[in-house]
Design a protein around this ligand. Structure first.
Ligand SMILES: C[S@@+](CC[C@H](N)C(=O)[O-])C[C@H]1O[C@@H](n2cnc3c(N)ncnc32)[C@H](O)[C@@H]1O
Length: 217
């Protein structure tokens, strides 16, 4: 890891964000895109925010290795310190953009790619930024093992329907689907709540969920 940065030097300057960047920089489980060296990973959450959802999954699956990836270090550091304080060692936090994901992991190496409550970018002209756009789906497909899964959770029905259409158009097979995950019989681990999910559920919204596999035949 690179040189230590004293987080306290930022505290009294009202530069709260810089303080959080320094915390990210110092944590042994946090990596900038260009600091990461490839190692075996099973599950990646893209646009993970704090990554606390992945932290809970990592706790449930000590035999697997997890990565929470986001562009925002100040968010990721929250999950990173949560994992460190709880002694959860099978998770890493990478500050990177979603379009860089193919450079971080080997082809056909991942068991699961999670995308949880991504920004919906409702304007048509911004569709290319949606993390379920075809160009992201094809990257996920290349990274997943033949039996691997892509999982998506979202509260916005329009975004979710659009994402389902993208999956079907790209020949993914829908394995599990719910328009109200928390009232469904699906696996309890899918129902672990992300930070955003907790907020949306409190506002009375539902979680849509899909698990899809790529049909290679
Ligand atoms: C609405 S938040 C959801 C956060 C988290 N998944 C949750 O459910 O609590 C969307 C997250 O995606 C991240 N994000 C947006 N575009 C991204 C991109 N191109 N690459 C990586 N992260 C991105 C944002 O920084 C933000 O943390």
């Amino acid at each position: 890891m690179s040189e230590y940065v004293d987080p306290t030097q930022f505290v009294i300057t009202r530069r709260r964000k810089k303080y959080k960047f320094a915390k990210f920089h110092n944590a042994e489980n946090c990596f900038e895109f260009d600091e990461w060296t490839k190692r075996p990973v099973d599950v990646v959450e893209i646009g993970a925010g704090s990554g606390r959802f992945s932290v809970e999954l990592a706790l449930l699956h000590p035999d697997k290795t997890f990565v929470a990836l986001d562009v925002k270090a100040d968010r990721l550091q929250k999950g990173a310190y949560d994992a460190l304080e709880r002694g959860i060692k099978n998770i890493y936090f990478i500050r990177a953009r979603a379009d860089q994901v193919s450079e971080l992991f080997d082809e056909q190496s991942l068991d699961t790619v999670w995308v949880t409550f991504p920004d919906p970018y409702p304007k048509k002209r911004a569709a290319g930024r949606r993390l379920t756009h075809q160009h992201f789906l094809s990257q996920y497909q290349q990274l997943l093992r033949p039996t691997g899964s892509f999982c998506l959770k979202h509260d916005n029905p329009e975004f979710f329907s659009w994402s389902l259409e993208q999956l079907v158009a790209a020949k993914w097979h829908i394995e599990e689907l719910s328009f109200d995950l928390h009232e469904s019989e699906l696996s309890e681990e899918y129902r672990i709540k992300t930070d955003y999910e907790r907020r949306w559920l409190d506002e009375g919204r539902h979680t849509n969920f899909v698990r899809a596999c790529y049909n290679r035949t």
